[in-house]
Design a protein around this ligand. Structure first.
Ligand SMILES: [Fe+2]
Length: 274
């Protein structure tokens, strides 16, 4: 991809542009959109979840744009207790000194579990891939707060633009960007949401690392996990989607059919099954 501006409006249903920044990539929200102040994740902040905590390049890993909305849509969004976020991941491999080699991890999100609802279930989340390609790792555990956790299932999900992925309850879910293009994702999630990062930090990440292997990727086990199941490689199309994979951009779809997203706030009403 050349370092130019890319219009994501058709893919998102709202005016957003992927722009080359001084370092890496950022998003520019078009006219009529507001959000919280964008936050950047630096490599120093996620050292506890890296295969190699000495890695120090690239410094800026991804930008988060939380609570993106048009003011005229706020009432409906807030009424349904939801939040819409955008994330842009810089492409690259995490290395010491900026000279990556095979075995170094591809850039990734910190990874987190979702908090529990009052009934002991956990909130799910809806993701849609907008631009670029990568992997979502889904680490399903019995109890996110048990250290070490009992991992019941570990999925490596290949994602492409347009894909919709529902993060089930009780799943840690780091995103990985593969290759040399930035990865842009959106998500709908309960507003009351407070992501749980500590259990992943205590384990040095999830059960498997995704590392550079030539121009591609390979899987390496995290030795802190004992008895983790073998990872299953799947594509988004193999997973339950609640019909959302055919609706187009999820922002305008929410405005048309807000009830289709109620399971994000009330997962106990049949919303968290796989
Ligand atoms: Fe999440």
């Amino acid at each position: 991809m050349t370092k130019a501006e890319k219009d994501l409006t058709d893919a998102l249903g709202i005016p957003v542009f992927l722009v080359a920044a001084e370092v890496g990539w950022q998003l520019r929200l078009g006219e009529g959109l507001v959000s919280e102040k964008p936050q950047v994740r630096r490599i120093g902040e996620i050292k506890p979840v890296l295969k190699n905590p000495q890695a120090d390049h690239p410094e800026l890993l991804y930008w988060m744009y939380r609570d993106v909305r048009r003011p005229e849509d706020e009432h409906l969004i807030f009424q349904h207790s939801l939040r819409y976020d955008l994330t842009v991941f810089n492409p690259g491999v995490l290395s010491v000194g900026g000279t990556p080699g095979d075995g170094d991890e591809w850039n990734k999100a910190a990874g987190h579990y979702h908090p529990f609802t009052v009934s002991g279930n956990a909130f799910p989340e809806v993701y849609q891939v907008v631009s670029g390609s990568g992997l979502f790792l889904l680490q399903e555990v019995d109890d996110p707060f048990s250290v070490p956790p009992v991992v019941k299932r570990f999925l490596i999900v290949t994602v492409e633009p347009g894909d919709v992925l529902i993060i089930p309850s009780h799943c840690a879910h780091p995103t990985i960007v593969i290759g040399d293009e930035p990865l842009v994702t959106v998500n709908w999630v309960a507003r009351s949401f407070d992501s749980q990062y500590t259990p992943i930090k205590l384990m040095g990440g999830v059960a498997y690392y995704i590392v550079k292997d030539g121009d591609g990727w390979a899987v390496e086990p995290n030795p802190r996990y004992r008895n983790a199941p073998e990872p299953e490689r799947v594509s988004c199309k193999d997973l339950p989607d609640k019909g959302l994979s055919t609706v187009g951009p999820v922002y305008p779809h929410f405005l048309k059919e807000p009830k289709a997203y109620d399971f994000l706030v009330h997962p106990d009403e049949g919303g968290s099954e796989r």
